[in-house]
Design a protein around this ligand. Sequence first.
Ligand code: NDP
Length: 287
Amino acid sequence: MGNSVTVIGLGPMGRAMAGAYLDQGYRVTLWNRTAARAEDLVRRGAVLAPSPAEAVAANEVVVVSLTDHAALYAVLDGVAPAALAGRVLVNLSSDTPGRARETADWARERGAVQLTGGVLVPPSGIGAAGSSAFYSGPREVFEAHRSTLEVLTGTDYRGEDPGLAALFYQLNMVMFWTALSGHWQALALADAYGIKAADLLPYSVGALDMKRFLEFYAPRVDAGDHSGDVDRLAMGLASAEHVLHTVTDAGVDGALPAAVVDLFRRGVEAGHGQDSSSSLVEVLKRK
Ligand code: NDP
């Protein structure tokens, strides 16, 4: 018989995933709202199902790679519960932890099981060594299908709660988007002085390599130790203001550095001026 899988959603990710399964000799059934996106994969041997229901019916493991969970409902809400019963929905459509829990309930009501996934690599990383994705949901279901999941990426199982994979994914995305936005800001400022992204590249790589800082601060933050022996938030505020003024002096949009100044100022006003900038964690925490 061999291995087989269904892939629903053929954006850049879903296409890479279906391709990885074909590479590994899986029989692959596909469905996508825009059928034309399946053409290359069908030429390579995949089968395009005429409806989501038939795609779901074709295999126990149904990999779902859609924009978000609203798209998942748009595609699968019309499928009869009987067709979904017994299926393992490997839901790699990113969304919030709350939505992941709702979709797990939605699946359970139909006799299906959701494994939530959060993929940490772009399409080029699918099927490539060293790539990784978070998973959560019932452990025995994860273990039973681990080898199928690992055709796509390495797996990092976070626990039974279906929200956990989404949570760890979003924790990554908080850092990713914020850091990347800082990089776009630097490139806009550099451009004002005729400096190209390629010229800045070695410095960009250096500035965003924060391993030493992260390793230094993690145990301190966990211990609630924000002592200002290495850096002080008052110094951080002055530095953030220099950044803002450098940006605005150059006529560049300053919304992002202004937000940083605002955050640092609130920290100082809360009495953390002589503490480390890590004390901002306390300022930001749920009150
Ligand atoms: P896309 O947003 O390009 O995927 C779109 C897929 O969702 C397409 O199949 C599209 O169908 C379908 N879709 C969207 N809305 C609907 C709807 N209302 N009804 C039916 N189908 C719908 O995303 P990617 O392929 O890039 O990514 C898929 C998931 O993986 C996303 O959740 C993304 O956040 C996540 N991810 C993406 C990464 C990347 O680098 N691309 C990296 C890590 C995670 P159609 O083809 O008809 O438009």
